[in-house]
Ligand binder design. Structure first.
Ligand SMILES: [Zn+2]
Length: 410
């Protein structure tokens, strides 16, 4: 042993700091990105199975037994994922849908007379329309469902009265008093299976609830997964939520308990029709049978809302998350969010929606021929369609994981 090598505390400290730094560098080089790991837990087969599960309740029209059975089923699924503390919002809905007195002699019900329609100067939400405008509308004639078994499932008309919608919450570890709301509407109409509108968005939210509820996932902030009812009748379920709970935000109840029944809203993210992006209608009003290769996830905010700037910033977080974590399809940001459950939130909190196409200028122009029609059934879609919905799920999962500080326990 060299007599010159005596203990020097400063050198020892440097060596320790050096090896610590090396350890950190090695870990960050080898440790998997928790967001990528979580996004990897989303799976096409599981996403499809959840949509399929929802279609057993037909079009899930609000105010019917099939709608109530779907709410029960969704709640049971959420519990089985570990999102155990489910709750329900209750409200009254007193209107009733008018159905045709009898099937029309020509059997065409509410089908529009022409496949191509004149175009207004602006669409709902304020966007400028381009190209051919194909027929859109809501089918209100049960007899137009060719599948007799499905017609039977959808037979009961809606009646006015009490409505319920279910949610569950992932409670944040360091900031349980703040949350992001991740939503989709579980009701549909049109006498199909509401597979795309909005089984696809509902299944997306349920799959995210599954991943985030895994025991090894921890988030700093809370996340509420909610499946709105009565979207199709005018956003009644989401409006009831805002009316009942806006003033409860951020309040600890009981005081000192650490429980926040309504964490402060940090953002509202809605998912509505996630599967079908086959492009614009052609001159004859028809739409391609194939998902277009350039299909994208449309992230929209409303430029005329009070919080347009903050909502736009939120939209770009989603676009960036898509670039990094979505496997197949890109995201596009648009400024004309409309006719969706994030609307009642847009002047209160940053609010965006994710969709297969822009709601105003694309869906409104007839890009989705199944929209509110008896043809919105599971069998109508192939894996390229379902994969667009999965990519939207990857996008929201990654964005929310980043926004809430999600980590995976070793
Ligand atoms: Zn919808």
């Amino acid at each position: 042993m060299s007599p010159h090598l005596s203990y020097n505390p400063r050198n020892a400290m440097m060596r320790t700091a050096g090896s610590l730094l090396l350890t950190i560098l090695l870990q960050s080089a080898t440790a998997p990105d928790p967001v990528a790991a979580m996004a990897g837990r989303l799976d096409l087969a599981m996403y499809k199975a959840t949509i399929k599960g929802l279609t057993q309740f037909g079009d899930r029209r609000q105010g019917t037994d099939r709608n109530r059975a779907a709410v029960d089923w969704i709640e049971a699924q959420l519990k089985s994922y570990g999102c155990a503390n489910t709750e329900r919002i209750q409200y009254q809905y007193t209107s009733q849908q008018i159905r045709p007195a009898a099937p029309r002699a020509d059997g065409r019900g509410a089908a529009p007379a022409s496949a191509v329609r004149p175009t207004p100067p602006t669409m709902e939400g304020g966007g400028r329309p381009r190209g051919v405008r194909a027929a859109t509308g809501v089918n209100v004639d049960p007899e137009l469902q060719a599948d007799l078994k499905l017609r039977e499932v959808n037979a009961q008309p809606d009646t006015p009265g009490l409505r319920e919608e279910v949610f569950c919450t992932k409670v944040g570890t360091t900031h349980p008093e703040e949350m992001y709301i991740v939503g989709a509407h579980m009701d549909g109409h049109g006498y199909g299976e509401a597979a795309n509108d909005d089984g696809s968005g509902t299944a997306l939210v349920m799959e995210l609830a599954r991943v985030f509820s895994s025991p090894d996932v921890q988030t700093d902030r809370s996340i509420r997964f909610i499946l709105w009812n009565n979207e199709e009748t005018g956003l009644n379920g989401s409006s009831a939520y805002v009316a009942q709970r806006q003033s409860l935000q951020g309040k600890e109840n009981p005081p000192g308990s650490g429980n926040y029944p309504e964490p402060k809203w940090l953002g509202m993210i809605q998912h509505d029709m996630m599967l079908f992006d086959h492009g614009a209608p052609r001159a004859d009003g028809t739409v391609s049978k194939e998902q277009r290769p350039e299909a994208d996830v449309n992230v929209e905010f409303q430029v005329s809302s009070k919080l347009a700037e903050q909502s736009q910033a939120l939209a770009w977080v989603f676009e960036k998350a898509n670039e990094k974590y979505a496997t197949d399809y890109p995201a596009s940001v648009g400024s004309h969010m409309t006719n969706t459950d994030s609307g009642p939130f847009q002047d209160i909190v940053p609010a965006i929606s994710l969709r297969e196409a822009e709601r105003g200028t694309q869906i409104g122009m007839g890009w989705d021929p199944q929209w509110h029609q008896p043809t919105d059934v599971f069998a109508m879609y192939d894996d390229k369609d379902f994969r667009l919905g999965l990519n939207a799920a990857q996008t929201t999962l990654a964005a929310i994981a980043q926004l809430t500080g999600a980590t995976l326990k070793q």
